[in-house]
Write a protein that binds this ligand. Sequence first.
Ligand code: ZN
Length: 217
Amino acid sequence: MAQKENRQISLQNDFEEVISNKLSEIRVCETSVQEPSLEIPLQYAKSSNNSYLPWHDYFMSLCYLTAARSKDPNTKVGACIVDKDNRVVSMGYNGMPRGIKDNDLPWSKTGAHSYDTKYPYVCHAEMNAILNERHTTLDDCSLYVSKFPCCECAKLIIQSGIKRVVFSELKPDPWEEQVPTRKMFSLAGVSCRKFIPTIHQLSLNVTDGVGSVSITK
Ligand SMILES: [Zn+2]
């Protein structure tokens, strides 16, 4: 038994010696490494600028870019859904239902019958953005959209769990047609506010496969 105890003490001493040696090596290393300077080198400071997109402008820009996919000759709308960590969850634009060719149904705003117009058929941007996301919950997300949501999309927005809506343009509809949307959002606790841009212009240039974005504030 005494022999076993002695062996344990010996092992412990060996272990402590190894640790002690390692610590002294580390201390040597620590003192040999120079502390990095926290000052920003002049060349970096000079090259930095403020031409980045703030979050709200970024999300609304995505809406307008997505709207450019729409085949509607009169009204192009884009929507973008963002989670609470500012991650883009989904996007959508107005178009005909999935599987129907773009020209199989009318795009006109007027016709002999209501079913000769686009209105009974077109899926709105908000609807497509909501239905395009199938893997993540939309609870507590925000929806950016380039035009004020109609009352049908307002119902979808509420039922999907989205809590904030930011729209850019009011449609030229009479005020009465906005009332149901505003009333439902208010009662359901969905905030709805107009987008206030902080940038003036955003230009995307792609020449010979080389892209650049210029921002004017
Ligand atoms: Zn709608």
